[in-house]
Ligand binder design. Structure first.
Ligand code: M6R
Length: 369
């Protein structure tokens, strides 16, 4: 059932182009307009929403961080992302105009379920983004947007993460369409970009051997840092979580802009640092900011492992290793940038002789608070 792969995780990484494609399937009508059938909330309620709060745990919460950048940009609705266990116990400000989005692979995470119940008691509408049909959280939500990643067996989430991000993009574009934030042709163009992503994810997977070889050469690392900016920041957090979970290595993700506010003190000779570089075609000089971050850490001895877009010649000079990913619009880049980090964590754990499907101390679904 591992389909010829050494582990479920390896298989599930390879399933990712399908997970994204299947999550996008059948979401438009004959006129090309987005229709989200599972979203059984009155359109007038969705038009009146003035705040979105994403509640989730672990990897699912990082997909919420990506969603925040996309939904705020497309819909101009403020989006907060909160760990479900923190949300529940801080007396959050939630009312009838708040849309709570619960993201969960299993649909059974107790912390997320408690957050859903709390939000509904306060009058909020809850949409859940869920992978497992027949699970508890969609039953207790007002509406559900299913991800179609298929069963995820490995404890470390991979394909569910990509499918969650995809579903969140769909939700964002749907709200933008409904509320008139975007012209139909702009939405159609963004959907075309999205439909192009499975092919590009496949390309990243096919380039995986170089990542694996790098990971094998780094199996004695005891601390690895991850930097990213904008949507690259949640990718950095996810890369660090994968490495902790699978390889039991102390790993931490930072917003690259935070470096000089503290974390740069951690850099010394040979310290491995992954950096997720935004597209050089993006706006707001994000790219040049991250390139100078790479220069700063390299000057202090860091070993820089850079994830960059094909054709980004500027990073080449400052990177010890570059993991190239295909060109994509900035907001969609996480679907590509996270893949080398997943492969890296899996290969490093394998090189250490660890069980990547069943890491110590962890359960696939956390059904206690
Ligand atoms: O089933 P859920 O998506 O609600 O699970 C949430 C987290 O427990 C989960 O993402 C966890 O962080 C994974 N082990 C990450 O790889």
């Amino acid at each position: 059932e591992k389909g010829g792969f050494d582990s479920f995780m390896d298989k599930e990484i390879h399933d990712q182009p399908h997970a994204v494609a299947d999550t996008l399937l059948g979401r438009t009508d004959a006129a090309g307009r987005l229709v989200l059938d599972d979203l059984r909330i009155d359109e007038s309620v969705l038009r009146a929403v003035n705040k979105i709060i994403v509640v989730a745990c672990g990897t699912a919460a990082y997909s919420g961080h990506v969603a925040k950048y996309a939904i705020e940009h497309w819909c101009r609705i403020p989006v907060e992302v909160e760990l479900a266990h923190e949300f529940r116990y801080r007396d959050p400000i939630v009312d009838e105009r708040t849309l709570v989005v619960a993201v969960t692979q299993s649909g059974e995470t107790m912390d997320t379920l408690m957050a859903v119940r709390h939000a509904r008691e306060q009058g909020a509408k809850v949409v859940s983004i869920v992978n497992t049909h027949g699970s508890t959280i969609p039953r207790e939500s007002d509406a559900v947007l299913y991800t179609h990643a298929g069963p995820e067996i490995a404890v470390a989430s991979t394909k569910a993460f990509l499918a969650q991000i995809t579903a969140a993009y769909l939700l964002g574009l749907y709200l933008a369409q409904l509320r008139g934030n975007k012209f139909p042709d702009e939405i159609a163009a963004l959907l075309d970009d999205l439909r192009d992503m499975p092919r590009k994810i496949q390309t990243v997977i096919e380039r995986g051997e170089y990542v694996r070889a790098t990971a094998r050469s780094m199996s004695s690392s005891d601390k690895v840092l991850f930097l990213g900016r904008h949507v690259g920041f949640p990718v950095a957090l996810e890369g660090a979580l994968k490495l902790k979970e699978l390889a039991y290595i102390h790993a931490e993700g930072f917003a690259a802009g935070e470096l000089k506010h503290g974390p740069i003190a951690l850099i010394d000779e040979g310290q491995p640092v992954f950096v997720v570089v935004p597209s050089p075609r993006g706006r707001d000089s994000l790219h040049s900011k991250v390139v100078s971050n790479i220069q700063e850490i390299r000057a202090r001895g860091a070993r820089t492992l850079v994830i960059a877009e094909d054709g980004d010649d500027e990073v080449r000079d400052y990177a010890d290793e570059v993991f190239w990913i295909p060109k994509a619009p900035t907001l969609l880049q996480p679907l590509l940038a996270v893949v080398p980090l997943q492969i890296f964590a899996m290969a490093l754990a394998t090189a250490k002789g660890l069980d990547v499907d069943q890491p110590r101390n962890l359960a696939k679904s956390v059904t206690v608070e």
